[in-house]
Design a protein around this ligand. Structure first.
Ligand SMILES: Nc1ncnc2c1ncn2[C@@H]1O[C@H](COP(=O)(O)OP(=O)(O)OP(=O)(O)O)[C@@H](O)[C@H]1O
Ligand SMILES: [Mg+2]
Length: 309
């Protein structure tokens, strides 16, 4: 399995007792994590039975923190360096009101030479992969049809793809008919340019995507759960009751296990059960922490799955 992160980030979370705008604030606690949607997918799957390859572009000025993490966690990584820095996303948690202020950088620019060396690196990582997972935003300098091109490149080598992106990256990526997609409701509505209200409506629109040649459509609905559809059936499930702490990475956890289930021939129903379990477990963890692979299987029976088509 291979994940792709074109626009990685460093999440820096700072806790303050009470945030004073325009004043001096002293940090109580600071935590730094590496992220980006593809890297998150790799983190969730790192203890699975599958061989996980992490392909990424990193800003050369602050690549150390990523490389150190990859080495310490035995990640098989395929890296292309870009001039500049990977973006840092600063999250300031105000403990007095439990609210977070975010400051997100835009990150490095990818020039033509860097894009060419990335494409070489991508092709190398594709070798002996069964599935390619394309997720997240793209950096400046890269055209928004990149996912379409990469899905097509993978298909030429009989490698299937899972797409989890938004906006025009999602729209263009769909044209290449990935095997599976995981939009949230907002992404699905943006794609169709209309409000989608009921479960039936979600299924109707999922089937339109299936008609285009996509095999599995998993639409996530945040705290309301998710609906999975293929050409024969649709299932719905909702999260089990839990103390929600931070939903950061919940969607990535779903995409990770969805891709794993495809490779391991799980039924549509069991795939949804595991996907909801993964998303919910991550939502119950603080900050940028993600669910563990084994934990998903230990908790799956807390999720009831209903056939709705
Ligand atoms: N508030 C919540 N309570 C319980 N479970 C949740 C909550 N939010 C998300 N989840 C779980 O995580 C899954 C994915 O969440 P969501 O639909 O928010 O993904 P997303 O919008 O793609 O998120 P991301 O920001 O990671 O891209 C949901 O289907 C659900 O199982
Ligand atoms: Mg998402």
């Amino acid at each position: 399995m291979m994940t792709l992160t074109l626009n990685p980030c460093i999440d820096k979370t700072i806790e303050v007792d009470k945030l004073t705008p325009y004043g001096l604030n002293r940090a109580e606690k600071t935590r730094t994590d590496i992220g980006g949607k593809g890297i998150n997918v790799s983190k969730v799957l790192k203890n699975s039975n599958e061989n996980i390859k992490t392909c990424a572009i990193l800003g050369e000025n602050n690549s150390d923190i990523f490389l150190k993490y990859f080495e310490e966690n035995d990640f098989k990584s395929f890296i292309c360096m870009a001039k500049g820095e990977s973006r840092t996303n600063l999250k300031i948690v105000d403990k007095s009101c439990k609210k977070t202020t975010e400051l997100n950088e835009s990150g490095f620019f990818v020039d033509k030479n860097t894009l060419n060396s990335f494409l070489k690196c991508f092709e190398k990582a594709l070798e002996i992969s069964k599935i390619l997972i394309l997720s997240g935003s793209i950096p400046k300098g890269i055209d928004n049809n990149i996912y379409k091109l990469l899905i097509e490149t993978a298909r030429k080598r009989s490698i299937i793809s899972v797409l989890d992106a938004d906006g025009s990256c999602f729209k263009n990526g769909i044209e290449a008919k990935p095997y599976a997609i995981k939009p949230n409701l907002y992404e699905l509505e943006t794609y169709f340019g209309k409000n989608i209200k009921s479960k039936n409506d979600i299924i109707t629109h999922s089937l339109k995507l299936i008609d285009k040649g996509i095999k599995i459509v998993l639409v996530s609905l945040g705290e309301d759960g998710a609906i999975i559809t293929d050409k024969n059936e649709s299932y719905y499930a909702k999260p089990f009751p839990c103390n929600v702490q931070s939903t950061v990475g919940a969607g990535d956890s779903m995409t990770a296990i969805l891709s794993w289930c495809i490779i391991n021939n799980y039924s549509l129903k069991d795939t949804l059960q595991l996907a909801i379990t993964a998303g919910t477990l991550t939502a119950c963890k603080k900050g940028t922490q993600l669910c563990e692979f084994d934990e998903i299987f230990l908790n799956k029976d807390k999720v009831n799955v209903y056939k709705i088509r």
